[in-house]
Ligand binder design. Sequence first.
Ligand code: UDP
Length: 323
Amino acid sequence: MNVLVTGGAGYIGSVCTEELLNAGHQVTVYDNLTEGHRSAVDPRAKFILGNPEEEGNILAAVESAKPDAILHFAASALVGESMMNPKKYFHNNLVNALKLADAAVACGVKKFVFSSTCATYGPPERVPMTEDLPQRPINPYGEAKLMFEKVLIWYREIYQLDFIAFRYFNAAGASEKFGEHHRIETHLIPNVLQVALGHKTHVEIFGTDYPTPDGTCIRDYIHIKDLAQAHILGLQPGKSGFFNLGNGDGYSVKEVIQMCEKITGKNIPAIEKSRRAGDPPRLVAAANKAFTELGWKPQYPKLEDIVKTAWAWHRKHPTGYAD
Ligand code: UDP
């Protein structure tokens, strides 16, 4: 298929672009490079330097790429930041996504693949979490993603824009070529590995008084290449709707730090801090729907392997991408 990937210079988008190309798809990447890196774009892809704020820019990109499908990764993705700057999140993750959906409708694009999030659920009534749980986000990041999920439901019904929306749990790990480099890093695993690399003296643990066995938040970490494979399966005809993507195993912040110590062989000092606003205590996926309906089977379900691939990438790129 001919696919347009927004955010293809970012962490998840770069690895998905690589895997789409490996699977024989044609890819055009649209990215404004505010978060992404030009050198994270697979050289086999066409690249459009986007400016989503400019009137007509998104539509022009869709018109020129003429894609069969759009994979929309471009977004702001930090829960903590969304609590301080909600405007940025509603603008980037809702308003700009809407412009893209309108362009998809105008250009007769067959399918829209949307990067949603487990943050749309808020603190769940039960774990592991199935797709039918009530969605009550507790941060603007999750709220904006949920609002756009609703847009997609109406656009499918009224404009026949077919969609698949993946609710990612915590993307982690790296491919051989592409990994996680945010200019301001707030995610747990790369922050911990920064300590192992000697770039930071310690990692901070945000909250040790959660209702979990060791008091720290529990998350479900999913390998980036496994996420990418789900997107490729989602492009098959007849695949539609909402899917959780996670491994079904929860690891606490302290367990992640211990795993990073084991893999890197380094001591990682940790300082206990207060809670970060907007963090639900425990998010763990039930991804059975993706297993049965898409035939998805994660290849790297173990946290150990996820951290190993992240560590291999960070050691090869100790300061991340050059640009
Ligand atoms: N976290 C932490 N220290 C850090 C970064 C994150 O304690 O330096 C915690 C964070 O509060 C959350 C978990 O680790 O409970 C995962 O956070 P991350 O930002 O990686 O992903 P999120 O779940 O927010 O998408």
